[in-house]
Design a protein around this ligand. Sequence first.
Ligand code: NAD
Length: 439
Amino acid sequence: MKSHDVCVVGAGYVGLVTGSCLAEIGHRVVCVDSDPRKLKSLKAGKVPIHEPGLDEVFKRVVKSGKLTFAASVEEGLLYKGRRAEVVFIAVGTPPRHDGSADLSAVEAVAETVAKHMDGYTVIVDKSTVPVETGDWVSKTIQRFNKSGTPYDVVSNPEFLSEGSAVRDFMKPDRVVLGVSSKRAETLMREIYAPLKATILVTDLKSAELIKHASNSFLATKISYINAVSILCEKVGADVGMVAKGMGLDRRIGPMFLNAGIGFGGFCFPKDLEAFHWISKQKGYDFKLLKAVQEINALQLSWVSRKIEEKLWNLEGKTVAVLGLAFKPDTDDMRYAPSLEVVTGLRARGVKIRAFDPVAMERARVLPEFKGVHFAKDEYDAIKGCDALAIVTEWPRFKDLDLRRAKKLMRTAVLLDGRNIFDPEKARALGFDYAGVGRP
Ligand SMILES: NC(=O)c1ccc[n+]([C@@H]2O[C@H](COP(=O)([O-])OP(=O)(O)OC[C@H]3O[C@@H](n4cnc5c(N)ncnc54)[C@H](O)[C@@H]3O)[C@@H](O)[C@H]2O)c1
């Protein structure tokens, strides 16, 4: 195996996992981040995010010296005399007000790389970006590359999911490489060779589109089953059975067919929006994506709507919200459905007692959670409440002792936003139960 010197710019959920895993498979990696607090934590040997399995890999590669950290791209490009041959751009690409992706951090990194690279360098776009970003990165490098250093731009979108990011990186379904030269392709193949993964080589634009199209397709699948769940509620059918029946068809598959209170997170909402924006920009109004967003927006208000049906007057009543992170096994609160749920309930005068196994530290500082009581555990959250709402399906919530919960509550109303309980059992215990798309 040929090992390489790699610089990863942006040490967030994607960059830190990428850097740690590339070091784990034998490369020498320098992670760069502009956030001094994050850098301080990394240099002190502490992983600043909750991601299962990352801690062990991180500690191993830091100890072996394969993973190091730098405060600037310039330092990362030439770290202790070692020149980075490959630079991964893994900075954030947040949404702008008009729905487009803010690519200013990508541009800033490209400019700095152009000014300081010294010898053939492959600049890899790992951040999720709209089609044609690779061309812009290339143009930017050309403009600031006064010495004419040879380079190539590659699009290598990341498909990992938070909560299983290390496993996803190490055992990917596919590695997509959008390249414009054989030289870059060879180098990138060497980088990923130890994973023994399926590698799909394409042109730059196709690779960029694969990422937006994949995320939008997964979001569409979720909204599709959520729309079906609305119909199920109207006619008294069970969306779980409908999804099971659909998923047994190999052409459809069972994944991403769990009805619930809608999707959130740093990827699906912004990627849908950015994909719609760039499509429109190019002359095609991709209306399907708008419908997916509309269905999701409606679904995010499920808890607020159901609570009105169940509790009559809401002012002054208390609801326990279990689960705040946008999905289980992460502490990421960006665009989490809990933000909508809490905002919706508070607008109706409801008091909230919340609990999440790992995300409370991040939630506590958000304006949406001002005045929310953060509980010690799930039973503490439930104490004295008029209703319990399941917002994130952490595995431990599935083991909740409903008998004990009922005794702690003022009135036994259960809003199962992730369909984790057996409705029959809950009702047999005396709960007024509502699930998503369940009779
Ligand atoms: N989070 C996911 O599950 C996921 C999955 C696949 C793809 N992506 C994409 O990957 C990209 C990064 O996402 P993330 O979740 O890791 O974001 P993040 O916010 O966790 O990490 C981005 C990091 O980049 C740093 N940064 C920003 N500008 C910088 C600069 N100029 N120089 C150095 N560091 C800089 C920030 O300080 C931050 O630590 C996004 O485009 C996202 O859409 C995310």
